[in-house]
Design a protein around this ligand. Structure first.
Ligand code: AP5
Length: 221
């Protein structure tokens, strides 16, 4: 599938909605460069860069990393890709201020919102495990590894993300998503850019819904 009207896509949704899971599949399917803000930040923390050192405390508390730091990171990432090909941006923007900063860099075609209720977010994130070496994401309930707590891809140990504790998940949902992201979602709705997809059901079901929604949008544009 390809659609000239939907090649600059931002992915929105609460923590644990499955943005990362779907972003990987979607980027492959649409042949779009993928930029994952959370992964860029976690890599900076792991490598101990000046940005990572500043970002860590905010991430551990479930708060947004300061505006200037994140915008600089995204600007750099967007400069590295071929703008003509489009992009899939997971985790940016998260509020109106970030959306304005993005608009100053590039327009977007679609804001794709994966909608999942709070109870499901808590269920998914308490069972999420990630590979400490390659970053592959698992779920002990829905996508378990073949060997207990060991990565299928590289054999390293699976760990829980430090911000997947119940208190931090609650803050990410209630403040970052329910408070900060709602005016952003509303603004994309008003501009006719918002596409909302139900994030409940299996990974394959949600992916099929996303593709259908994008195709319908393309057909209508
Ligand atoms: P980030 O890493 O972006 O976290 P998030 O938005 O909270 O999203 P998650 O990664 O937790 O969830 P996801 O929606 O990608 O779900 P996943 O696919 O893993 O950000 C982390 C932190 O970085 C922020 O708190 C903030 O501090 C900072 N930050 C990031 N962006 C920023 C920005 N723009 N500005 C400032 N600060 C920023 O799926 C979750 C689990 O569910 C997995 O176990 C998966 O296997 C499972 N799963 C997925 N789909 C399904 C399904 N359909 N059914 C059942 N299980 C499923």
């Amino acid at each position: 599938m390809g659609c000239a009207g939907a090649k600059r896509i931002v992915l929105l949704g609460p923590p644990g909605a499955g943005k990362g899971t779907q972003a990987e599949r979607l980027a492959r399917h649409l042949n779009l460069p993928l930029i994952v803000t959370g992964d860029l930040l976690r890599a900076a923390v792991r490598e101990g860069t000046p940005l990572g050192q500043k970002a860590k405390a905010y991430m551990d508390r479930g708060e947004l990393v300061p505006h200037e730091l994140v915008v600089a990171l995204i600007r750099e990432a967007l400069e590295r890709i071929d703008g003509e090909k489009g992009f899939l941006l997971d985790g940016f923007p998260r509020n109106l201020e970030q959306a304005q900063a993005l608009e100053a860099i590039t327009p977007i075609d679609v804001a794709l919102l994966i909608d999942v209720p709070r109870e499901e977010v808590v269920r998914r994130l308490s069972a999420r495990r990630v590979c400490e070496r390659c970053g592959r994401v698992y779920n002990l309930l829905t996508q378990p590894p073949q060997r207990d707590e060991i990565c299928d891809a590289c054999g390293a140990k699976l760990v829980q993300r430090s911000d997947d504790t119940p208190e931090v998940v609650a803050k990410r949902f209630d403040v970052q998503y329910n408070q900060d992201a709602q005016p952003l979602i509303e603004s994309y709705r008003r501009k006719g850019l918002l596409l909302t997809v139900d994030g409940m059901g299996s990974v394959e079901e949600v992916f099929a819904r996303i593709i259908r929604a994008l195709e319908e949008r393309c057909a209508g544009s």
